[in-house]
Design a protein around this ligand. Structure first.
Ligand code: COA
Length: 157
């Protein structure tokens, strides 16, 4: 890990938040497969490294335990992915990732940040609600495997 990519983590947690780089792709691909029924491919994740609109962060101790992806277009932030390895949940990793991503999006002058979430995903909905996101809409049959509606949740800055 280079000093350039290191984002200080000042809350006493035993992991650090870094910008995703090529060395993290294998681990993030594996976490996608564990956490989602339609995971992003390794190629899609690699493409994010070349996309100036994409900002992916990883939570790392000795290896990657979680990550978040944000794409920003014309002052609008969109959370594309957030996941934490099952054995490392409820330790504040997603909260740390989301906090860093929101701060960074604000600093890049986004006026809001938004996302879709399965209506049954109570853990993620609680995370977003805790961070000031509100349900602003619902997309019918947005997800597959299984088919399910999505809530659109948005946090205005
Ligand atoms: N039940 C209820 N609330 C939960 C929760 C659960 N199982 N997990 C997280 N939360 C909420 C709580 O408000 C929590 O704050 P608290 O600990 O003060 O109660 C807050 O989220 C932060 O929790 P944190 O420990 O940082 O979350 P995490 O590291 O366990 O990660 C997810 C949360 C959602 C990212 C994780 O469960 C995950 O990877 N799920 C699978 C992938 C996924 O569904 N991603 C979201 C796609 S939209």
């Amino acid at each position: 890990m280079t000093e350039k990519n290191k984002i200080p983590q000042n809350d006493g947690k035993d992991f650090i938040i870094l910008s995703m780089d090529a060395s993290h792709i294998c681990a993030v691909t594996a976490i996608e497969k564990v956490c989602f029924s339609t995971p992003w491919s390794r190629k899609s994740l690699e493409e994010q490294l070349l996309n100036p609109l994409s900002h992916f962060l990883v939570a790392v101790d000795e290896e990657v335990k979680g990550y978040i992806g944000v794409q920003e277009i014309a002052g609008e932030g969109y959370i594309t992915n957030i996941a934490v390895l099952p054995g490392y949940r409820r330790k504040g990793i997603a909260q740390a990732l989301l906090s860093k991503a929101m701060t960074a999006a604000r600093e890049r002058e986004c006026s809001f940040i938004t996302l879709e979430v399965r209506v049954s995903n109570t853990a993620a909905i609680a995370l977003y609600t805790k961070n000031g996101f509100n349900i602003v809409g619902e997309r019918r049959d947005f997800y597959t495997k299984p088919v399910e509606n999505a809530y659109i949740m948005t946090r205005y800055f």
